[in-house]
Design a protein around this ligand. Sequence first.
Ligand code: ADP
Ligand code: MG
Length: 902
Amino acid sequence: MTTYVYDFIEGSREMAGLLGGKGADLAEMARMGLPVPPGFTVTTEACRVFLATGAPPEGLDDEIARHLAALERAAGRRLGQVDDPLLLSVRSGARYTMPGMMDTVLDIGLNDLAVLGLGKTPERERFAWDSYRRLVQMFGSTVMGVDSALFEALIGDLEREHEAADDSRLDTVDMIRLVESFKDLIAERTGEEFPQDPAEQLRRTVLAVFSSWNGERARTHRRREHIPEDLGTAVCIQSMVFGNLGPDSGSGVAFTRDPATGRPGVYGEYLSNAQGEDVVAGIRNTVPLQRLADLDPGSYKELGAHMARLEGRYQDMCDIEFTIERGKLWMLRTRVGKRTAEAAFGIAAQLADEGLISPSQALDRVDGDALAHLMSPRFDTSAPDVGEVVARGVPASPGAAVGAVVFDSAEAVRRAGAGEQVVLVGQETTPDDLPGMIAAQAVLTARGGKTSHAAVVARRMGKVCVCGAGGITVDLARRCLTTADGVTLTEGTVVSVDGTQGVVRLGAVPLAESEVTQYFEAGGRAPEDEARQIVHDVHRLMALADSARRLEVRADADTPEDAARARRFGARGIGLCRTEHMFLGERRPLVEAVILAGTDAGRTRALAALMPLQREDFTGILEAMDGLPVTVRLLDPPLHEFLPDRTELAVRIAREEAADRTPAARDRELLAAVERMHESNPLLGLRGARLGLVVPGLVAMQVRALAEAVVARKRAGGDPRAEIMVPLVNDARELRLVRDEVDAVLADVSEESGIALDCPVGTVIELPRAALTAGRIARDAHFFCLGTNLLTQTTWGCSRDDAEAAFFPTYQDRGVFERSPFETIDREGVGRLVEIAVAEGRASRPDLTIGVCGEHGGDPASVHFFHAAGLDYVSCSPFRVPVARLEAGRAALSPSSADSSA
Ligand code: ADP
Ligand code: MG
């Protein structure tokens, strides 16, 4: 027979699934011999039966009655007895904390007679009627469904009559009047009397807790937090203890460590002559817990001892609630406490130092999100005159930045060049805005989500970004933005953008720099003794992660500066060096010349002009990453991205013609080229390997630039480790053709220079067909880099920027997926292709090196997947390198990763 009810001492912390979090924690304390008011827990399984069938499981009533009888025997008092009755609290408690579930009902067992017994002495009269008043109010609202505001309104009326500031000024007669008016209210609203029978009160409360699992707010919360729908809630039934029996009573809350910093010590609040809910509700002013040492030294000492034992048992910071009834201490709750990112690192490092937890447990207590949080600069919002909030949006790239709003890329570049700090504001951003984004401190957009162009690029660059700020209207023509409240900010207005909170404020809020980022910037060496504690803690955990991880971490970096930073942040090479940016800016005319070249000779000349510039870039990057691999991807985007905008050109030409002037010949040529190259879907058009095969000389020029850079570095005594990566390959023959060209150039340069060139050549696996034919492709590839961003787009059949705006929000709401597959790799689909590529690639070339680059390389959950899939490295933006290192260490130690790789 199934057991549906467990006495507290029959349970334990491990039984949270069956007893709920609260029930399991109460049980754990009871087993440890701590003073927990006795009680028992109705299991989540009983709730599941009720939810499935509409009725409680058979025998539940009897089981509850049996446990209640035992409780009564032990207490020497019975529920509902007239003289000094036993009272109960009925508390809901699911596996995970869940706001919106039914509240606790206290003081069950009181009725018109028992209240007299409870208040039999004059000094207990008010207390008794106050308790009864609380019961009728809580039962009336949470079990019988009367709007709780109506009860509050009745209390308000009475207080106004007395001009009392709070309900503690109401006397016994007032309480009696409230009980009567509450009962009338219930009868009037429900057509039913408040039940006088304690057994009925108890039974109905238990069922109401069960039903509240399916309440509107609880359901919404579960969807948002990805909590399964079918867990159900447990119900804890416990004898009441009272903190409001006079000055030798009271209630409080406490943490075993400072939840903001993790330092050990006494942190809490105490309220004398009050019930726990009064402390939480903040009705009266609490005192620091230390004051209890004077008020009740015995209880204070006992509490300290219990807290130390709890921290030892939970091996973590605990958050507890207690009540003192006439000098006797009772523990009402414990749980592992919520904490800030700083405290998470502090607690993990300290507990590991104290030997209380193992290194792998310590790593389990922190995560990449917390580290990213610690790395971002913060606004000091405690400063006086912090400006008002002018926009709220998606916190897309963390950090804090101050600057003047500007409305286009050119203006951003212009002002930044003049030394001004700017915030680039737009409806959204496109690749054309890149120079402006580089120049800006932060990016703010009205449209788009966490994986919009603005968000992805900003994160990659470590720029602050708030996107999808729906309340603002951007007027590019008038160069201003209007806030939801109708305030207009013209170009040049200074704002403060908080990318961690997704908030923008007017004016310059003072900044507090992140010591953790400074530590990484300084190369991650052991900090000085006087460094702030958090730096020591981060250093300690990074060392644990680095010694545990199997995955190597590289960075996506396109410039020598980024490469150098990546290296300081701990990257062991560059996994993706994009050459695209090298073609933008001042070099654009040179690229246009390549595209417009009418003859082979003309094109060769144009390419030759570009070559030395590329060589310089490569030399700088190879120098910054000396001794470590640098994987250079050949030019990937469609060529028309390097040409001017089609509409702009057409308008310019039309204007000239209208004014009877001859448009510039170059403009006409450009327009013709733009039109020739126009593609209806550039994402899937002429790019990557295709481009190299169609535009003669392009691959050769890039490879020569790289090979000569290697030669230059070798001559300078360096140790360059260049690798060449061919993008957008679908078929082994494409790679073969490109490789023939690459190999020929390498051989030429080697011969010309007399220096042996040993550059591995590999490819990006970013199309489903490439993954499916990885075995054949691997024969010609020294390495694979998984381009999971494009692979996600081509597997899902949607372009990221379009999908983000058009249907992702709906898909997330309706549960098609929980996280965007561009944020966290879709294990079932894209992940499956990754596994195929790894298995077949290694089958045909056992020494094949396999990595991944792009957004997913720095995403915690994806890093765990790549570890399990057996990759050699992940590559991510320089700023995410520490996050990837930490998560790679966590993945190596996590039991679940071990399972899936087995
Ligand atoms: P929540 O999940 O909302 O924190 P709890 O079950 O902790 O709900 O109960 C709410 C409040 O009721 C507690 O903060 C505590 O003050 C009070 N309470 C619960 N059980 C008892 C009890 N046995 N005796 C006295 N007060 C109690
Ligand atoms: Mg509580």
